[in-house]
Write a protein that binds this ligand. Sequence first.
Ligand SMILES: Nc1ncnc2c1ncn2[C@@H]1O[C@H](COP(=O)(O)OP(=O)(O)O)[C@@H](O)[C@H]1O
Ligand SMILES: [Mg+2]
Length: 317
Amino acid sequence: VFGRGSEIIVRELAGGVSSAVFEARVGPNSVVVKQALAQLRVPGGDWTADVRRSAVEARCAAVLNELVPGAVPRPILIDRSRNAFVMECAPAGSVTWKSELMAGVVVPDRATAAGQLLGQIHQRSRGRSELRREFGDRSLFEQLRVDPYLRTTAARHPDLRAPLGAVIELLEAPGECLVHGDYSPKNILVMPDGGLLLLDHEVAHWGEPAFDTAFCLTHLCLKSVAFPEYEQALLDAGDVFVSTYRDHGGPGATTSLERVPRIVGALMLARVDGRSPVEYLSQAAKGTVRQIARAVLLDPPRDVDRLLDRVRDGARR
Ligand SMILES: Nc1ncnc2c1ncn2[C@@H]1O[C@H](COP(=O)(O)OP(=O)(O)O)[C@@H](O)[C@H]1O
Ligand SMILES: [Mg+2]
């Protein structure tokens, strides 16, 4: 990438759990190298994952670079033999949306931009049969999402097996568009100019768009339970995220949004009792999340507005 003989300064970037991520700099020019690890660095240990996901991520980066130019770091080079790829480095001063939220900085514009970007990805990939073929293999989505999140949770909550099974069935339907699979504030960088950069496309697949919408919304709902002082701001961010998504997601967005509340119920419970629990919930908050999620799964709200009301009411009870 840089040419021979130049001095390369390498530093590891924080935040990666499933990969080794390095910045390599020569003078003013930086690139990022991401290599998939066979062993995920999560508490509680042995969660192995298929390193084929590096190739999926690199390929998805190329597709997204074309569908939503400027919204992902441009991919530069793929090294299949090392399960690695090289991409542009985000501008200096970029921070994850998650780090802002965790600092209690809830900027509505981030939610608007995140809703717009997701709507565009879904809308612009819908009906692209070559993408359906290319991303049709859901084995990584099964391995990294359905199994550790949903099946594990169903095993721990036998009485919720039916509604959780229905959510799994939804996600296993033939699919409609390119689904990112990890659309979380942790994987969205906010650049100094306020623009967003989406990262981490390892679980991308052709599937159910409501998964992405629900995945992001789940993070906002969980944080609203965890941080009562920002509760309303976080739920408002969820509301604006969804309405912007609807505006940009094309004709399929409205029907896909009807499936979101149930998936959010399942994912909220999964982020407490599945194999990848979020780190910021107290014991009491976990109990609240379980109660809200259970009620949502057993009696799903009709739309996202009602879902957000339920989360708020459940947290205040
Ligand atoms: N192109 C990039 N430019 C700058 N920072 C990056 C880039 N890619 C990744 N990072 C940093 O590395 C972290 C982990 O990257 P990510 O792709 O999410 O890996 P993982 O799959 O391990 O979660 C990100 O949160 C971000 O801070
Ligand atoms: Mg990540």
